[in-house]
Each structure stands twice: as C-alpha cells, then as structure tokens.
Design a protein. Structure first.
Length: 296
C-alpha cells in the first residue's frame, strides 16, 4: 500500500475528529459522509483504517471508560463502524489476484473483531483470496479446520493481552498439523511484545502485517495501483503538453474537453477511460504507449 495525496496529517486529523463526533452522536449518515469525503480525497484504505477509524474507536473506548457514554452507545458506534469498514473496501481498487489465500480470525477469548476484519479487507484489496471467519475460534477447532482446507496464511488478531497464553497454545497446536500455514499474529496485544510464539511472525499494526506477508510469500511489490497509474499518466500528459508549448486550455480544445478536465488528468484525479486516453494522445501528437511509459 502506498501513500497518496489525501494522506496528509491535518486532513486526517480533521476527518478523525468529525468521525468521532458523529459516532458519539451515533449519527450513521454523518459517519458515512466522513468516509465518503476521505475516499473522495483519495485517502488509501490502510490510512482510512489506521488514521481515521481506529483512533476514533480508541476515543470511543476512552469515553466509555470515563462513563461518558454507555455500552449501548459503544455497541451502536461499533456497528456503524463495521459498515464503514466494508464501505472502504467496496469503494477501493483491488490489486490483481496474487494467487495466495489467507484465513483471518482470532482465538478463544477474543471477541474484538474490528481489527481482524480490517486486516482481512486490506489483504483482499492487496490481491489476496481471503476468508474472514469471525472471532473467538478455539485453537483445536481451528487446527482441525486448517487440516481440511488449504490456506497459505493464517492471521490471528489479538487485542487483550490476557489472551496471549491462548494464542500461544493455538499456534502450538496448529504448527503441529501436516503442512501448517504461515501464521501471522497481530493487534494491540503485541505492542512492545518481544517474545517468540512458535514460528509465527508478530506485528502490532496492519501496514507491517502486509509488508511481512509480502516478504514471506515472495510477492513482488512491483504491482502498480490505479492511483500510481493515474499519477504517472498525469505527469506524462503535463510533460508532453509543455514540450509542445500548449497550455491546458489549448490541449482541452484539441481534445474536445474543457480545461478543468485536463487539470484533473494532470493531477491524477481523473479516472481515465481508454477512449479518453486515446483522444489525449492524439491531441498531443503522441502515442498511448508514450503516455503510459513513466517510472513508478
Ligand atoms: C469496541 C470495543 C469493544 C467491543 C468489541 C467490538 C469491536 N469493535 O471489535 C466489545 C464490547 C465486545 C468489547 C469487549 C471487551 N473489551 Co473492549 N474495547 C473496545 C474499544 C473501545 C475499541 C476496539 C476497536 O474496535 N478498535 C479499533 C480496531 C480496528 O483497532 P485494533 O483492534 O487495534 O486493530 C488495528 C491494529 O491493531 C491492527 N490489527 C488488529 N488485529 C490485527 C491482526 C493482524 C494479523 C494484523 C497484521 C493487524 C491487526 O489493525 C487495526 C488497524 O488497521 C477498545 C478501546 C481501544 N483503546 O482500542 C476497547 C478495549 C480493547 N477493550 C478492552 C476490554 C478490557 C474489554 C473487555 C474485557 C471489557 C469487559 N470488562 O467486558 C471485553 C472483552 C471481550 C473479549 N473477551 O474480547 C480494553 C483492553 C485492555 C487490554 N489491553 O487488555 C480496551 C483497550 C479498552 C480499555 N481502555 O480498557 N470491547
């Protein structure tokens, strides 16, 4: 996952505060509008999860802890956030299939589901075939299930530090089956954790989780996202236009579009169709290949 134009601190902080206000007021429509705005600003899914939704949920936890909101408020906010987590995934580009399959869950005693679901969605967007099976799955049952189905990776989310012994026992059981999957453990329980748990990889956040799995599976990081492609083409259109001494208005006239459209293209903000790309190449007196040959 890469950084995008919308991933700037001030914007993210503002959106996080607005989400928290809307969640505190249990305003579903207001909450949806915050995520809608983040998507329109082109924030990356991992950024929306880590820098907007997760900190808003942590603040909901603090309000609950201080007795300023009830458990009913927290439950309601969690349900709203559950749909926001799906909304982000449904409205984001998925990289092409990478051929790997992952199962995401948590072991006995762990009922926090949000982090597991977010990580499952991020893997899916990164090109994985993902099965998210909910939380609180006993280790013995998980081991039996994994010996019947075929997955490359098992991702376990752990929020409560008190669940670490359960997770150690589960990893032990699962690693003793024939052809066990690669196991990754993640979640806030592992902040500052320096121990080994079997052969499992351990991370405390989703961005590191994606990197660790890409490395472990030998997945190329050369896959280009839609946004990188649009930024690259935009930069190329700008370069060729300037080399021809044209301004944005001139190019718009030649291509039969308005100046604002050219500006969006050059800033990587216009999702171009092939037809539009051909029209631009023709107007610039160049080829589609030239507009698409840029370095990442
Ligand atoms: C909502 C909530 C609940 C909901 C759960 C619904 C849900 N959302 O999942 C309910 C009501 C069920 C709940 C119950 C409890 N909760 Co609670 N809960 C929270 C709260 C407010 C938000 C949790 C959340 O959704 N965070 C957002 C998610 C997305 O963040 P995250 O889990 O950290 O995930 C991110 C990363 O860690 C990472 N990640 C997570 N998993 C994985 C896995 C992999 C493989 C990877 C790579 C990455 C990764 O990805 C995510 C970001 O992209 C937190 C407050 C807080 N500070 O977090 C308390 C909190 C987690 N709960 C807490 C407690 C104590 C409990 C209860 C014991 C309360 C009780 N007395 O009954 C029970 C335990 C239930 C159980 N057995 O699991 C404590 C935990 C303390 C601790 N460190 O052990 C917290 C911190 C509140 C507090 N300050 O005391 N809780």
């Amino acid at each position: 996952m890469t950084t995008r134009k919308g991933d700037n601190f001030v914007l993210l902080n503002r959106l996080k505060d607005r989400l928290l206000n809307n969640l505190t007021a249990v305003d579903r429509i207001g909450s949806v509008s915050v995520i809608d705005e983040a998507l329109r600003y082109n924030c990356a899914p991992v950024t929306i999860y880590n820098s907007i939704i997760t900190p808003a949920m942590v603040s909901i936890g603090e309000l609950w802890h201080e007795g300023r909101i009830t458990i009913a408020h927290e439950h309601h906010a969690s349900q709203i956030v559950d749909s926001l987590v799906d909304m982000v995934a449904q409205n984001s580009m998925r990289l092409s299939d990478n051929g790997f399959r992952a199962l995401v869950t948590s072991t006995s005693g762990e009922n926090h589901w949000m982090g597991a679901k977010m990580f499952a969605n991020l893997l899916f967007l990164d090109g994985w075939d993902v099965e998210y099976i909910g939380v609180n799955t006993p280790g013995e049952d998980l081991a039996k299930y994994l010996s019947e189905i075929s997955v490359d990776v098992l991702a376990l989310s752990v929020v409560l530090t008190t669940n670490i012994p359960n997770v150690k026992a589960s990893v032990n059981t699962i690693e003793s089956i024939e052809n066990p999957p690669f196991i990754i453990l993640g979640g806030p329980a592992f902040k500052g954790f320096n121990d080994q748990v079997g052969r499992a990889a351990i991370v405390d956040n989703s961005a590191s989780g994606l990197t660790v799995l890409n490395d472990a599976m030998g997945i190329r990081s050369g896959n280009i996202s839609l946004q990188e492609m649009l930024n690259g083409i935009g930069g190329k259109v700008l370069e060729v236009r300037k080399s021809k001494g044209l301004n944005q208005g001139d190019l718009g006239t030649l291509a039969g579009v308005d100046r604002a459209y050219i500006s969006l293209v050059e800033n990587g903000k216009q999702n171009l169709t092939m037809a539009a790309l051909f029209k631009l190449a023709e107007a610039l007196g160049t080829s589609v290949n030239t507009l698409m040959s840029f370095s990442k």
